[in-house]
Design a protein around this ligand. Structure first.
Ligand code: SF4
Length: 374
């Protein structure tokens, strides 16, 4: 029986077949040629792309061609702000930081506090707005220069988006929105209007600069429906089509394809105490043998191991990752030691992150779009 899975912006269910998903969404896979082109322009390629975590795209080459020609482009991504920020949320933002560093581009970042309020039960608008500020600290903590990162908070910065959103809204029928996002007659009308705002930011740099500024959107592949719609209507509205680069989901430590808020042990939260991080990692699902003796004899299966996937995401050193892979295969590395190494890496990552997050509290306003564009 075919592997069944569901991927929408709000739901990921089943074992995701990423190649099939790319085919079904009609997106292109990142090829060796694309990587070579990036390497030539940037001088190196971020490990998240080299290791295949970011694996698909729409029109990445258009952006690279602009870069080669010295023409302007920008980055765009966003976050539905809520309390449950886990370390996996930082991964696409880390790639955003790399693009900013290598190409000196501006990064437009939308905090969709309106969307979280509209689609999620149990949140007040005041809470989602507060989380927008909390999550902004985590973004800033990744080390962006203030003149390159522009944070938009939907409920506070609507003046930048509204004129674009009404034009977008006029191009999209209710039936398109229902079909694309799986909305029903009982979906609230606020949620039905919201996609116009997420699409609007893709066109905002062109409006702000009064010239063609296409965006590249690094995000998880479940966001594709928004940007497929944006691309469909862009040219009719006189805007450039957005390009995208898509990542896979961060696997849950307990074996799920995506970290899940409903199972707190599947994810490491930014706010977790060190002892909880350790417990979660030490209990993570591995591809190891049932006993140390068998592991030494037959080796483990890193290709089917969540711990190894986390090493791939958070260990920058290619050499270290390669050694873990090879030592696991031949039974030289035991899962306990491997998990301890991962814990050390995550502990160090979180310590640095939380120190920088603390410092970010004094400088949030410098990163607001509204501080820089009147
Ligand atoms: Fe996974 Fe590491 Fe065990 Fe290998 S040694 S199966 S990579 S936890």
């Amino acid at each position: 029986m075919a592997n069944e899975f569901v991927v929408t912006p709000w739901e990921v269910k089943g074992r995701v077949d990423y190649l099939r998903l790319a085919r079904e969404f009609g997106v292109q896979l990142i090829t060796d040629e694309d990587i070579k082109a990036l390497q030539e322009l940037a001088g190196d390629v971020h490990y998240l792309i080299r290791r295949g975590f970011f694996y698909a795209h729409r029109d990445l080459r258009t952006i690279l061609d602009r870069q080669r020609a010295g023409l302007k482009w920008a980055l765009y991504s966003g976050r539905g702000p809520s309390a449950d920020l886990h370390i996996g949320h930082l991964v696409p933002w880390m790639l955003g930081r790399w693009f900013v560093d290598r190409f000196g581009v501006e990064y437009f970042f939308e905090m969709t506090d309106d969307e979280k309020f509209l689609v999620k039960e149990g949140y007040t608008l005041e809470q989602t707005n507060r989380y927008a500020y909390e999550n902004a600290l985590d973004l800033i903590a990744l080390g962006f220069p203030p003149d390159k990162l522009h944070i938009i908070i939907d409920t506070e910065d609507i003046k930048y988006l509204y004129k674009i959103a009404v034009r977008v809204g006029k191009k999209l029928t209710l039936s398109t929105i229902k079909h694309t996002f799986g909305f029903t007659d009982s979906t609230n009308v606020g949620a039905a209007f919201f996609p116009t705002l997420e699409i609007s930011v893709a066109f905002l740099p062109t409006e702000l600069y009064g010239e063609t500024v296409p965006v590249l959107i690094p995000t998880a592949i479940d966001q594709d429906p928004y940007f497929r719609l944006a691309r469909d209507i862009a040219e009719d509205l006189g805007y450039p089509k957005p390009s995208t680069i898509y990542g896979k989901f961060i696997p849950g430590l307990t074996g799920e394809d995506k970290m899940s808020a409903s199972n707190p042990d599947s994810a490491i939260y930014i706010t977790d105490e060190e002892r909880d991080v350790k417990r979660k990692i030490m209990n993570a699902l591995t591809g190891g043998q049932p006993t140390a003796e068998l592991q030494r004899k037959y080796g483990g299966d890193p290709d089917n191991c969540v711990v190894y996937k986390y090493h791939l995401l958070f260990q920058e050193s290619d050499e270290k990752v390669k050694r873990i892979y090879e030592d696991c295969k031949v039974g030289k590395l035991l899962c306990g030691e491997c998990k301890a190494m991962l814990f050390e890496r995550i502990r160090e990552f979180m310590k640095e992150h939380n120190e920088r997050r603390e410092r970010a509290k004094d400088v949030v306003q410098q990163y607001r779009l509204s501080t820089k564009f009147k």
